[in-house]
Write a protein that binds this ligand. Sequence first.
Ligand code: PHE
Ligand code: ZN
Length: 883
Amino acid sequence: MDIARTPATPDGNFEMADAAVEPHAPATIRREDYAPFPWRVAATHLDFDLGLEKTLVEAKLTLERNPDAESSPTIRLNGDSLKLVELRCDGEPNDSYAMEGDDLILTLPGDAHELTIVTEIDPASNSQLMGLFASNGMLCTQCEAEGFRRITFFPDRPDVLSVYTVRMRAPKAQFPVLLANGNCTAQGEEGEYHWAEWHDPWPKPSYLFALVAGDLVARSDSFTTMSGRQVALNIFVREGDLERTGHAMESLKRAMAWDEETFGREYDLDIYNIVAVSDFNMGAMENKGLNVFNTKYVLADIDTATDGDFDAVEGVIAHEYFHNWSGNRVTCRDWFQLSLKEGFTVLRDQLFSQDMGSAPVKRIGDVRVLRSVQFPEDSGPLAHPIRPDSYQEISNFYTSTIYNKGAEVIRMMRTMAGEEAFRKGCDLYFERHDGEAATCEDFVKAIEDGTGLDLEQFRLWYSQAGTPKVTVALSHEGDTATLELAQEVPPTPGQPDKRPMPIPLKIALFDRASGTHRGEQLVVLDSASEKLTFEGFAAAPVLSVNRGFSAPVRIERDVAPADLTFLAARDDDPFARYEAMQDLVVGHLGDVVAGGLAAEEREAGREAIRTALAAVLADERIDDQMRGELMMLPGESYLMEQSLVADPGAIHAARETLKTWLGRELVEELVALHERASQAPGTLDAAAQGARKVKTLALTYLAAADPERASQMAAAEYDGATTMTDRQGALMVLASLDTAQRTAKLLDFYNRYRDNDLVIDKWFALQASSLHPQAIEHVKSLRNHGDFTLRNPNRARSLYMAFAGNPHAFHAASGEGYRLIADLILELDPVNSQTAARFVPALGRWRRIETGRAALMRGELERIAASSQLSRDTHEQVSRSLG
Ligand code: PHE
Ligand code: ZN
């Protein structure tokens, strides 16, 4: 594995600034150093002689000077772990090249040349899963962000667009299916071999290249686009998986129709292929016309996938499809612009899912992810703006900030502009930049021009990291209500001072007596503080603020529990209702953890929560999906976020105590709800899904309050389950209990699903995320289970991501949880550095954790840092976390 990179020559796109200072430190790439590539690659012809252990790649690049770039006598072709077999320039053998690190530098005298490059690669030993790799006997590529350079030498940067023609030759029996981007233009046979040629007419950057060769079967369908073109749709999977592709196919067709209706975007090839692969670092990849998916986001049926899995499949299928415009037709100039495609595409998939199901429930779920993953990132050592200024390893920047905060930032523009104007801005963006590699600035400018908004100050959302804190106070005098708003953007690494940003807040003032308000308003707070007055309020109104989570900020409101109870019961904005419930609990648990609460105060606090929760359980106006949201206690990661320095042990204990108390207080209501919900059919309609959701939530409260009884109920539910949702829900409850049923049902589950990798992933994850006091021991022994392997990212994550997200076990005061994750990182890093580096942030939060645990976390990071073999991925994350 290559760790140290040597400095770039002047024609490299970025200066590698640190390299001169510290020769062995990985270089830092800076956004401000961008320069266009001196060459254009008009055409790229790739010829693959495919084999699992040995693949030969012949690349023919048609080069011409880029008139828009500073001219250079040389060309830099990126490479990574490549074996060069042959190099020809304009037909003549060439050995006058130089290697700089893994890159190949060649002197080119003329204005146009044709390069022929032959490389040899070994897909079977590619455990990084970047470039061309083998998975279950099939061959498959992953090129984003910098994987193409593991296939051939190439200007592997997103602003070099080329038209690709790909020829693949392979043993026919072993690889009956041969796929690449675009359309199949020719195929034939040669004895035991066959070949296929694919051509993609749309110029694209190398990161969107893909090929697949394997023994696959397809579900096929078709879609007629708005202009009447027929598109053939195929989802390729392994033989036994075909029956589980129906939901993915339906999702794809819905996504295609929705993008036409909502964004006016039509598909642009005659064929759209999706391939499912079980070894994959990420969720899925939007390669032009040939999406490659983690099986987790394709395969679903009611027996093996939960309702949540179904939604995730729909969302990811849509996400990758939407990239065809937001990402492929308009791509990114450089990787600092990643949020240009990811933030926008996440927003697009969120809006799609809102339209397909319950919009408020989807919104609440998205905010929960943002607050439990992105907020911690934004307040920790890895905080970065949605358009970063520098990086060492781009793989580390596929973050919740780029994706989820990126989506929130665009959503704010949409909120301020209104849907119609926003659409005009988007149309303008696509029209202006179709076929180009664009920047975030291009996007903002198009939205500005298309909507008429002035986004001058708003651009700070792209450059400033950190979650703004907005302080809200409402006072009342005579018949005037006064709203005081103040904002503060916290310092983040490299950004000590911040400027105020425009923060769009949707607000409503409720009349306490009637429970109504006079209409929602949008207030844009764009200075450090502001005072707004509202006339005509004889009595003090109740303030509902940041409705719909209109801005991704932390709200600090000085509000009486009675007002929160009021909003939790009556707010007509479902998100605000959810928020009031959350705030009620967050406030109470904060008080408990801080200590010094008088008995009556604690009593009053939890009594307010009990009343609110009872109302939620009884409320007939809401559906069960929403009821489930309102029943959920705030997660521990979000709770830890609330204090500058958190004590995970105290937070866990306080939350569990509250859950137990609520379970006891509301036992009858919860049992009744469980019973009612158990009557629902095992179908996929919203009502049945909602019933399953509240059923399991009711059980978790009961499990805390009365483990024996809950254990019996869960065991019965497990046995009678006709859906994976119920079976997994019941097993999740059991996995946290120390009862005989636990062992029995875990064993049953394993035996039942031992042939299904995705379900066995759940089996690992359930045990690693359980509340069981011996969770650490369980993880240690599961590590040695015959079905565990570090080479499959889904499996590695199923055990260890689940564990790192299990606060009581991960934050064990002994430090054993931290050691376990550090050991994993060290062991996984040489195998799959991208996946290994994703575990570092869990340890990186030490500054925000009480001193005893902080020292242990830091110690583990130092132990990792001391390894001389670290990948660039892990090295960067560890050094930033210690920094
Ligand atoms: N571009 C992919 C997506 O978000 C994510 C991805 C990144 C996949 C890097 C693989 C490698 O849709
Ligand atoms: Zn994406």
